[in-house]
Ligand binder design. Sequence first.
Ligand SMILES: C[S@@+](CC[C@H](N)C(=O)[O-])C[C@H]1O[C@@H](n2cnc3c(N)ncnc32)[C@H](O)[C@@H]1O
Length: 289
Amino acid sequence: MVGIWRSSLRQTGRLSRQFGTSRAVRDDQMTHFGFKTVPQDQKESLVRGVFSSVASKYDVMNDVMSLGIHRLWKKHLIEKLDCGMRPNSSDPLHFLDVAGGTGDIAFGLLDHAKQKYGDNESTMVVADINPEMLAEGAKRCLSTSYANSPRIQFLEQNGEKLDAIEDNSKDVYTIAFGIRNFTNIQAGLDTAYRVLKPGGIFACLEFSQVDNQALDYIYQTYSFSLLPLMGQLIANDRDSYQYLVESIQRFPNQETFANMIRKAGFYVPGKGYENLTFGVAAIHIGVKL
Ligand SMILES: C[S@@+](CC[C@H](N)C(=O)[O-])C[C@H]1O[C@@H](n2cnc3c(N)ncnc32)[C@H](O)[C@@H]1O
């Protein structure tokens, strides 16, 4: 473990020196892009570039790299939320899936609402900064029962602002494996609070910190040695997968992220999160009171 961390830290230092020395850009105008330090105003286009590059292979790579486990985590999130217009209600729910990419969470939430509650009315907006990822989602939508339905909309939007989404307009805000890519995560959380109705639910599924040292060692070894290599062999794109691994390392731990959700104004029930697979991923919940 020590070996891996040392070499990661060495790399961090080297890359920071490579990218962080522009005297024209002040430190408070810099942010991280994986282990690199870059000007804040460049991060959005760098992230966009990563997802444009992986979009066409994103779903298959997700299955290969997580050994299919991401499907179990997403299913768990959807069942935990248990959303859907109840049979005795006449108020459809308005879902927003931010950084929705190819639509796993969006289709899953609508399917759950339909299968469990016979809900054929609730609406879904899939918002993502990347048009190629949205195009993959819209293509997948054509082979679902929501094809050409006005109930589902794909919108190009930066989750930090969500300019096209009105205040207090959504019942459920979900984001899966997206928020760690934001330049300003707190701005994303503040925006989630803005667009939710009072009583609305914020739910985030994201990679997190493993709570067991031995498992963390195996996980880090797998992440840093195998994932970029798999990216190279399967998608011919080592750099994008290197970024994805590094961005996981840079994301705040469970407690810190729960505090950021509180800071945005949400009520956080209990400790605020549930670890999945020993903390490899975690679900954070907030309620707008
Ligand atoms: C790892 S993918 C996750 C996709 C999907 N939610 C899933 O779980 O399969 C991350 C997504 O976040 C999107 N993204 C990154 N930064 C964003 C931002 N600032 N606003 C909205 N979407 C963003 C990317 O374009 C990409 O589609």
